[in-house]
Each structure stands twice: as structure tokens, then as C-alpha cells.
Design a protein. Sequence first.
Length: 202
Amino acid sequence: MSGPCGWPQDRDAPHPDPAGSLLVEDDLELRVPNERDADELFLNVDANRDYLRAWLPWVDDVTSVEDEAAAIRRSAETREKGEGCFYLICLEGNIVGTLSLNSIDWDNRGFVVGYWISEESMGKGIVTKSCARLLDHCFDDLCLHRGSLEVAVENNASIAIAERLGMRLEGLTREREWLYDHYVDASLYAITAPEWRERSQG
């Protein structure tokens, strides 16, 4: 499958850009944030601070609405450069988490996914559905080939999401990330476009 300008067969052609919004299902949408979202996003992080801090290393760096606005500005720059894309997970118009293409490797047609969701929104399939929609977009619209996800080995909720998406466990990375006062090991999960399509058709 080639992109709208001939990419990836023509590597000199411009690659497609990630969508500004993706409909997951009725009342569930992924959309790129703007600075007006900083207040709501910060309140969500702040209300879930202890819960998010268990596995996310950046929580202590977000202490104000301006911190969140700065993060949104950085994500816009990253998207403009084609290096990634940051989405809000919106349920019935309300922000309940985020889902990101943390990086995009256009040369090798790979991408890395990351996410978080509020504690009260856990257990409803929101992240799994949102990730599935993003994988569809990456493989079908952006013509990427391989998606990956790194998960702390004791983060059972995220491991379950990777498994529900049909991602395979490729290996263990020792002391992958510094989490406030200790290193955590990470499991690497991945799936390729042919594997995703076979799973979807099956």
C-alpha cells in the first residue's frame, strides 16, 4: 500500500501525516490537543497523581496548568516535525487520558505507542479500543509496518492491553527506566502490519 504521495515506495516523496482526530466509536474519540485543553488535562493528571505515579516517570514534573500547556506546545512541535503525535482520549467530550505515538521511525516504518487513563475510567476497554483504532490508522493510513509498546514487567493492566491487541512479547529490557527512586525492567511487545491485518480478519 502506498501513501497519497507515493510514499513508502518512493522514499523521496512526503510521508503522510497522523490524523488530527480519530473516531473510535460513538462518544469515544482521539484528538490532538490545543492549549485550551491544558486546564482540563492538568486537573485530570492532578486528580490521578498517585495512581499515575506508580508507572509514569513524568508525573512530578507536571505541577501546574502552565506545565501542561508547555507539554502540549512541545507535542505540537513534535507532530510538526513528523516525529510523533499526542492524542487526548475523549469520552463523551471529556478528557479521560492520553494516547501517543511516542516516536515514529519513517525510515524503518516503525512507531512506539504510549498511554495513560484515569483510574475511574479503567476496566471499560477504552484504552484497548483506542489503541486498536490508532493501530488501524498507523498501518492502513500512514503505511507504517511495525508498532511496539514497552511495559513495566509488573504493570499487569498494560500487559493485558498488549495481549488483547495481539502483540507478541519480544523480550525483556533490564533496568529500562528510572522511576523516581528505582529502576524498573520493561517488557517489549510488538506487532507488524501483516500480523495486525491477519488478526483483524480472523
